[in-house]
Write a protein of this length. Structure first.
Length: 208
């Protein structure tokens, strides 16, 4: 098993050699590891710890190339979110581009909704691509506002677009298209926090 191999490497008496071989093993098996409940934590640690630039680039590129697959996976999503949290504009923009056309599907999954929200926070591209997708799917905005995971995505989209003057048109688009359903949202358990955000700028509900 890959994880057992990595554990044995950690016990090597020469730390520099151990790290080099460890990271090579992580790069070689990065996707299976990233999609493993424990392995995803190891990959995140490797991203933080790798010191050889060439190795770090290869590891990150491997993950970026498979960011769509990982975003739909319950463990892989953790690794994608970790990269989005690094604050690297190039990495964040790359992930947002790869996910173009898949934001709506991701928003309706627990693991995927977290990735979508992180995309909004890490890059303006994420929010632009999300709205682009909504414009081509009639009725999907209302559906997401009522969805048990999608409603958090809508809340985050409203919050970010309202606070950023350059995203004012997106905020206006979201509000104008949600307002006709305000009374319905206020009565729905999953939609009431979206309604509060539109009408009173209320607080965000916690996801479970």
């Amino acid at each position: 098993m890959v994880l057992n191999r990595l554990e044995r490497l950690l016990q090597h008496e020469h730390p520099e050699f151990t790290n080099m071989v460890l990271f090579e093993a992580a790069i070689e098996h990065c996707i299976p590891l990233a999609m493993d409940l424990v392995g995803c934590l190891s990959i995140a640690d490797c991203i933080n710890s790798v010191r050889i630039p060439e190795q770090k680039i290869r590891l990150l590129q491997c993950i970026l190339d498979k960011s769509v697959l990982l975003s739909f996976d319950t463990s892989g999503t953790f690794v994608v979110q970790h990269i989005l949290e690094l604050g690297n504009e190039l990495f964040s923009d790359t992930i947002c581009r790869h996910l173009r056309g898949k934001y709506v599907k991701l928003a309706q999954l627990q693991c995927g909704s977290f990735v979508v929200e992180k995309c909004f926070k890490a890059s303006k591209l994420g929010l632009h691509y999300f709205v682009e997708e909504i414009r081509h799917n009639e009725g999907i905005l209302k559906k997401l506002a009522h969805d048990k995971f999608g409603n958090y995505v809508i809340q985050t989209a409203l919050e970010i677009s309202k606070e950023d003057p350059t995203l004012g048109r997106i905020y206006e688009f979201l509000v104008s298209n949600l307002r006709p359903y305000l009374s319905q949202l206020e009565k729905a358990k999953t939609g009431r926090n979206v309604a509060k955000k539109i009408s009173r700028g209320g607080q965000f509900g916690m996801r479970v």
